[in-house]
Write a protein that binds this ligand. Structure first.
Ligand SMILES: [Ca+2]
Ligand SMILES: [Ca+2]
Ligand SMILES: [Ca+2]
Length: 232
């Protein structure tokens, strides 16, 4: 009986470790109906970002804690950010009149950094011609064009909204990187309606679970040796 209790406790504790960020992707044709306030509220609900802090890329400043690297620029000035805010591709806007459209020049990546750490990160993406890998905290999650619901009906369109979620045991999301598979001559890709939910999952809870697993192993091993001793 004790053996089964031990196994059950151990498995339960281990099953609570679902390491690995998840990425969920949405087809703009399904979730985007327009950019008035109620349509955007519907979009947010459809992609699961209601109540998140939003960066709409309508000006040259970013929300607190968010920074970006692009085109080999690590700490872009407000004028460097302005230089890649695009108004000439209105179909790529998820909100307002502007999107963030840096160029993946010669294979350089685009990285969003969020120092406070997020439990969840969302962003709308468009005009992806090249193969672009998505990394979260250095972990590869997939290739944009291969994601379910990625949809490129025409050039210069919204193609996919992605939401990345931290799982129990994962570190909070501090870095989301978009990296072309191979060096390419240049591919402007557009981001908009970036959404962040601060991480409130305390790391110690994961440590507590790990502790419980280890204690269970020790307890069970000790228990079994006692049983064996009695038998002998
Ligand atoms: Ca802004
Ligand atoms: Ca916008
Ligand atoms: Ca492009």
């Amino acid at each position: 009986m004790k053996k089964y209790f031990c196994l059950f406790t151990l498995l339960s504790a281990l099953c609570s470790f679902s390491y690995g960020y998840t990425i969920t992707s949405f087809d703009p044709q399904v979730v985007f109906s327009g950019s008035n306030a109620s349509q955007l509220a519907s979009l947010d609900a459809a992609v699961g970002i209601t109540g998140y802090t939003l960066e709409n890329f309508e000006d040259n400043t970013l929300i607190d804690g968010l920074s970006v690297q692009f085109q080999n620029i690590s700490n872009p000035s407000s004028s460097q950010i302005s230089s890649v805010l695009r108004t000439n591709t209105p179909n790529n806007n998820w909100d307002g009149a502007t999107n963030f459209g840096p160029n993946l020049v010669g294979g350089n990546e685009i990285t969003f950094l969020y120092a406070p750490g997020a439990a969840s990160f969302g962003v709308g993406i468009g005009d992806v011609e090249s193969q672009v890998e998505v990394f979260v905290n250095g972990e590869l999650l997939g290739i944009l064009k291969d994601l379910p619901n990625y949809n490129r009906p025409i050039d210069n369109a919204k193609e996919v909204y992605i939401r990345i979620d931290q799982q129990s045991g994962d570190s909070a999301i501090t870095e989301v990187r978009f990296q072309p598979l191979a060096s390419n001559g240049g591919d402007v890709i557009n981001f908009d309606r970036l959404a962040l939910l601060d991480s409130t999952v305390p790391e110690p809870s994961s440590l507590a679970l790990l502790g419980l697993s280890l204690l269970t192993i020790v307890f069970c091993k000790t228990g079994f040796s006692h049983t064996e001793t009695k038998k002998g």
